[in-house]
Ligand binder design. Structure first.
Ligand code: SAM
Length: 231
C-alpha cells in the first residue's frame, strides 16, 4: 500500500501500545498459548469457526484486515485453493514484519501497510474478508468506517466474517471478570456488549447471520454483500 508516512492511530498508541505497538509487545504476545489464555482456551475454536465461515476452500482473493498473534493466517493459507491468495493489511509495520517472519515468505500472501478505516484498495476487489478481534479495539467512528471499508472491497455476493467479543449471559461465570478486564484494559470493547454489531453497519450492509460461542462471550457474524439492484 502507498502510505509510507501512515500515522499510527491515536487509539493504538494510547490504549494498545503495550499489546501491539512496542517491539517488546510482539516479543511477549507472539505466543499462541498466551493468546489462547487471553481467550479462555478458545483461540483454536474461534480461529476455526472464522475459517469455516469464510469457506472450506478459499479460491480467488481473501482479505484479512489486521494481523493476529498465533497461527490464524498460517491456517487460512492452508485453505487457499490453487491460484487463491490472501492479503493482510495492518497499520503497524512491526506487526507486518512479525507476520512476515511467521509466514517465511509465501507468494500467495500479500502484506499491506494500511489503515482499516481507509483501505487503499479498489471496490469489489476481494471474494471475502475477515475481521478477527479488531472492532472491539477501535473507537465507534473508526469501527464504523472499518466495517464499511471491508464491505466496500468485497464483491457482491461475497462474505465478510467478523469474530469479536459479545455480552455473555449474566449467569456466565466470566461475566464479572471479563467486564472488569475489558473496562481496565480495552477502553472501547464494552461497546460490543452494549450494542449489536449491526449498530456499526451501513444501512445496505447485506444479510447478516450471527452465532454466539462460549456462553455468549464471543460472536461470529457473517455478512453477505448485497448483489445490488435486481429488477
Ligand atoms: C486484530 S487486532 C487483535 C487481534 C488479537 N487480539 C490478537 O491476538 O492478535 C490487532 C491488530 O490490529 C491492528 N490494527 C488496529 N487498528 C488498525 C487499523 N486502523 N488498521 C489496520 N490495522 C489495525 C494492530 O496493529 C494489530 O496488529
Amino acid at each position: 500500500m502507498r502510505h509510507d508516512a501512515l500515522a499510527v492511530p491515536r487509539y493504538l498508541s494510547q490504549a494498545y501500545w503495550w499489546a501491539y505497538v512496542h517491539p517488546n509487545a510482539v516479543r511477549l504476545f507472539e505466543r499462541q498459548w498466551l493468546v489462547n489464555l487471553i481467550l479462555w482456551g478458545n483461540f483454536a475454536r474461534l480461529r476455526d469457526a472464522a475459517l469455516d465461515a469464510l469457506g472450506p476452500r478459499l479460491d480467488g482473493r481473501t482479505l484479512q484486515v489486521a494481523c493476529v498473534y498465533g497461527d490464524l493466517t498460517q491456517r487460512l493459507r492452508e485453505r487457499l485453493a490453487p491460484g487463491g491468495s490472501v492479503d493482510v493489511v495492518d497499520v503497524l509495520r512491526v506487526q507486518l514484519a512479525n507476520l512476515a517472519h511467521k509466514l517465511r515468505g509465501d507468494p500467495r500472501v500479500g502484506l499491506l501497510h494500511g489503515d482499516s478505516a481507509a483501505l487503499d484498495l479498489p471496490d469489489a476487489s476481494y471474494d471475502r474478508a475477515l475481521l478477527f478481534f479488531l472492532l472491539h479495539e477501535q473507537p465507534a467512528e473508526v469501527r464504523r468506517r472499518t466495517v464499511a471499508e471491508a464491505l466496500r472491497v468485497v464483491k457482491p455476493g461475497g462474505r465478510l466474517v467478523i469474530v469479536d467479543y459479545h455480552r455473555p449471559h449474566r449467569l456466565n461465570p466470566l461475566y464479572g471478570p471479563m467486564a472488569l478486564v475489558l473496562r481496565l484494559l480495552e477502553p472501547f470493547a464494552l461497546d460490543l456488549w452494549r450494542h449489536q454489531l449491526s449498530a456499526w453497519l451501513p444501512q445496505d450492509g447485506g444479510a447478516l447471520r450471527k452465532r454466539t460461542l462460549f456462553g455468549g462471550l464471543y460472536q461470529l457474524v457473517t455478512l453477505t454483500v448485497p448483489q445490488g439492484d435486481t429488477p
